[in-house]
Write a protein that binds this ligand. Structure first.
Ligand SMILES: Nc1ncnc2c1ncn2[C@@H]1O[C@H](COP(=O)(O)OP(=O)(O)OP(=O)(O)O)[C@@H](O)[C@H]1O
Ligand SMILES: [Mg+2]
Length: 594
């Protein structure tokens, strides 16, 4: 039987899995990791790099690398990598394609179908964009599944209990909370809420800000000052962000950590190093506002589900950010229970997607999953009011109809404008699209009757139909979502483009590109630090660079080990030079003092 894959397409990391008999399994990528960074880059030779290879070049070539694309899905944005431009769906498509290739390699077969997860709070346009991305990657997207539902599947697969579950999913880019009821293998989402622009990424940037402020205080250098050019600024930002994330993760285990960024900036030939110590308490102060921001969506979801905290049987902590002790404690204090991660918080969504994919294949007894519409849907009526046709948290799929009357005499046409949101004034909500319905029975105002029907499908995508009761005329429109939906032709074109460029041999290309980035970095180091590097260090650096270059040109198998070798030599050299400079500074200071 052919497999269907389950995909967790995350802001920071993406995972892919399948159901092996009755057990969900995650598939390691070609670097033997279950997590593939959701980063895409363009190599010097114009190949698309995905994952670790792209992440590794992001410091040297930030203008050719893009991360956190999930946040841009559903928006009309253009991503420039080097000289080329891409849509967010194409970038996401390249990531999914990479996962597909790795899975096919692992399973030894071509897999054409997939279940892909999205935050429950994603809008229609965002869901559509994910579906487009899956198709660009060459999949038939069997289903778009809500991430919390997937997590509940991963936790609940063996449970026969009757459970009311809260899923608190705090990831890299999004926060989601959902209340789910599980009964004998049937899952029903009672309510969902969240913030699509809140995650561990924001914490990293806040820590980076803190580092910059600290640096400005101690070194009197503004890392955002005008004298720093755009490319340099992006390199600095990226280094700060990476260091911030490492420090944050470190503080999950330890009470204090040190941050070292040698040569963060050179001011009139004088290099500056960033050194800082961050304690867990300081970190908690910095990230407190982001943790607090999860409270209101959480309370709203409980209110919508008409539940109190004591009604909850289980609380699932999902997403890497819930590893932070303060985050865990925050939820524990709210619900008044001690909590633990029963399934790895970064893997549960993908495991659930794999289970759902297996259900599609009929491997497991069908589990009924009932999702809900995350936002109300309706149309604009008289005086700009919003008339809701499908209320928020209605179980989907669903079809709902409402009759409307004309507002003018002899009116034969009506503009139908569709919005999604909770505000009473229609235009205050995000607009999904509009169309003109002609062929209304010509009558006095208030006499002609038009039914407007909304079909909300299992993937959260809406079709709107208007029908005049007298003339029986019908117009059914797949109206434009807030972002241009791709045509079949456009998907096919992007498929070809992304398919060819995200090639099976990308690993080698990835390695070469990483090697080139490293050579670039090492040469820049020798050039900028001329005065401070001693001859033996310079020589060993030059030799390591030459060896790596030789491996790139003539001996592919050695590229990896030569990269590692040059990395060691380079970081040793950085430390030596840094101490030499510090020493010199101290001497100068002493001389001055004398
Ligand atoms: N040990 C840790 N301590 C603190 N934070 C961590 C730890 N491990 C991972 N994280 C953070 O978790 C986040 C990634 O979590 P996860 O992989 O669940 O996100 P995602 O699925 O990519 O994003 P999203 O679900 O928002 O789309 C990152 O911000 C990362 O820094
Ligand atoms: Mg996630």
């Amino acid at each position: 039987m052919r497999n269907i894959l389950g995909i967790d397409f995350g802001t920071t990391n993406s995972l892919i899995g399948y159901l092996d008999k009755d057990t969900p399994k995650l598939i390691p990528n070609s670097r033997d990791s279950l997590l593939t960074p959701s980063v895409v880059g363009m190599s010097e030779t114009g190949d698309l790099l995905v994952g670790e290879a792209a992440k590794n070049q992001s410091i040297a070539f930030p203008d050719r690398t893009v991360a956190s694309i999930k946040r841009m899905l559903g928006e009309d944005k253009t991503i420039t990598l080097g000289k080329e431009q891409f849509t967010p769906q194409e970038i996401a498509g390249a990531i999914i394609k990479r996962l597909k290739l790795d899975a096919e390699e692992h399973l030894g077969e071509i897999v054409e179908e997939a279940v892909i997860t999205v935050p429950a709070y994603f809008s229609d346009a965002q869901r559509q964009a994910v579906k487009d991305a899956g198709e660009i990657a060459g999949f038939v997207v069997e289903r778009i599944l809500n991430e919390p539902t997937a997590a509940a599947l991963a936790y609940g697969i063996n449970s026969e209990s009757k459970d009311t579950i809260m899923v608190y999913d705090f990831g890299g880019g999004t926060f989601d909370v959902s209340i789910i009821r599980a009964r004998e293998g049937a899952f029903r989402v009672l309510a969902t809420n969240g913030d699509v622009k809140l995650g561990g990424d924001d914490m990293d940037w806040a820590i980076a800000e803190w580092l910059k402020k600290n640096f400005k205080k101690s070194e009197k250098v503004d890392l955002e000052g005008k004298e720093i050019d755009e490319i340099q600024r992006r390199v600095i930002q990226q280094r700060l962000k990476d260091a911030a994330e490492t420090a944050k993760k470190d503080l999950t285990e330890h009470l204090e950590t040190t941050i070292n960024l040698p040569f963060i900036y050179t001011e009139s030939e004088e290099p500056k190093h960033l050194k800082a110590t961050l304690s867990r308490t300081q970190l908690e102060e910095i990230i407190e506002p982001f943790i607090e921001k999860t409270k209101s969506p959480l309370e709203k979801s409980m209110k919508d589900a008409k539940l109190k905290y004591e009604d909850l049987d289980s609380i699932l902590l999902v997403g890497g950010t819930t590893r932070i002790p303060k985050v865990k404690q925050f939820v524990e204090d709210l619900v008044g229970k001690t909590l633990e991660h029963k399934v790895d918080p970064e893997q549960s969504v993908a495991l659930g997607a794999a289970i759902q994919a297996g259900v599609k294949r009929g491997k497991l007894q069908e589990m009924v999953i009932v999702d809900v519409a995350p936002h109300s849907l309706g149309i604009e009526v008289k005086d700009g009011k919003f008339s809701v046709i499908i209320p928020r948290n209605t179980a989907i799929p669903c079809s709902k109809k409402k009759p409307y009357v004309t507002t003018q005499d002899m009116q034969t046409e009506a503009q139908i404008t569709v919005y999604q949101g909770e505000k009473e004034v229609a235009s205050a909500n995000p607009k999904l699209g509009d169309f003109v319905f002609s062929g209304i029975d010509s009558q006095e105002a208030g006499k002609a009757l038009v039914d407007v029907l909304f079909d909300y499908d299992i993937n959260g995508i809406v079709k709107v139909t208007a029908k005049d009761r007298a003339t029986k005329k019908v117009k059914s429109v797949s109206f434009k979502t807030s972002q241009k939906r791709l045509t079949a032709e456009e998907v096919r074109e992007a498929q070809l483009e992304i398919g060819v460029r995200t090639s099976q041999k990308e690993n080698e290309i990835g390695e070469t590109s990483e090697a080139n980035a490293l050579i670039y970095e090492a040469e820049a180091f020798i050039r900028d630090r001329k005065k401070f590097i001693e001859k033996p260090t310079k020589d060993s650096l030059r030799t390591a660079i030459a060896n790596l270059q030789r491996a790139i040109d003539h001996d592919e198998d050695k590229v990896k080990s030569e990269i590692e070798h040059l990395q060691i030599i380079l970081s040793d050299a950085e430390i030596t030079v840094m101490s030499a400079e510090d020493e010199q500074k101290n001497e100068e200071k002493e001389q001055k003092d004398e």
